[in-house]
Write a protein that binds this ligand. Structure first.
Ligand code: CTP
Ligand code: CA
Length: 238
């Protein structure tokens, strides 16, 4: 559903959005995943396209009913599943992108040895198997390493915290580790953040300054974050 008319402040700007959550296979029928629905990323892709951007949306395991909202001229959707697939697709698309919005929830670890057939209980009766994990590459850090002049890179962080002070403190530490231009931090818990339609993004710039509190529907939060991105494109320090 198109609501607001295109504001056009991202006219012709190439935007890469990653969204959803990566999955790491254990065996042919099982995976390790996370609860990211992809709604915030889809809202970002949709909002950017309505503001005139040419969007590539890398969709990691997003439900088709959620993804349908992004179906419009100006958005090219590529479906991926594992972190390795997302990494490859992100690097392929990043070269042509002036803006990168890394909204996907990326699995920090993958299964060290994926079983090529289903793990069965009768393989080891009465014993719970242990799954050995290995660390995934940090896609965002590698995109920042390859950053081109003028390119704006935005990271996202979902944190379980007690209060806003802890949220910002964690956000600032993560910002320093990632080297991004903007970091959008949001509080999550067992209920908030994932399946819900509403969101609050605390947007920090590269100095750790809180430049926006983007709140409301995921679409409203997306538009407020894009306002901060436009400011970065216009004159942020690069
Ligand atoms: N990210 C990434 N590659 C990874 C892990 C995270 O690109 N392997 C990106 C996410 O897409 C997000 C940002 O990094 O934009 C922050 O993710 P987050 O999971 O909050 O950060 P981590 O460094 O993994 O720290 P944590 O221990 O809190 O999970
Ligand atoms: Ca992580």
């Amino acid at each position: 559903t198109d609501s607001a008319p295109a504001m056009g402040d991202l006219q012709g700007v190439h935007v890469l959005v990653t969204a959803g959550g990566t999955r790491e296979p254990i065996d042919p029928v099982r995976f390790i995943g996370n609860r990211s629905s992809g709604r915030q990323g889809v809202a970002l892709a949709t909002a950017a396209a309505e503001r005139g951007a040419k969007v590539v949306l890398l969709a990691a395991n997003i439900d088709e009913s959620v993804l349908a909202a992004a179906e419009r001229p100006g958005v090219r959707t590529v479906r991926v599943s594992t972190t390795a697939e997302l990494e490859q697709a992100a690097h392929a698309a990043s070269a042509g992108a002036e803006v990168i919005l890394m909204a996907a929830a990326v699995a920090d670890y993958r299964v060290a040895e994926v079983s090529d057939r289903k793990i069965r209980k009768e393989d080891a009766p009465g014993e719970a198997p242990s799954i050995v994990l290995t660390e995934n590459p940090d896609i965002l850090v590698s995109l920042v390493k390859a950053q081109r002049p003028g390119q704006v890179i935005v990271g996202f962080a979902a944190e379980t915290v007690e209060d806003e002070e802890e949220l910002l403190e964690r956000g600032r530490r993560k910002l320093a580790r990632k080297g991004v231009d903007l970091l959008a931090v949001n509080a999550v818990g067992w209920r908030e953040g994932f399946e819900s339609g509403e969101n609050t993004l605390h947007v920090l710039d590269s100095d750790g300054e809180l430049v926006r509190v983007a709140s409301g529907t995921k679409r409203e939060a997306a538009d407020a974050l894009l306002d901060a991105v436009v400011e970065e494109l216009e004159g942020g320090p690069h």
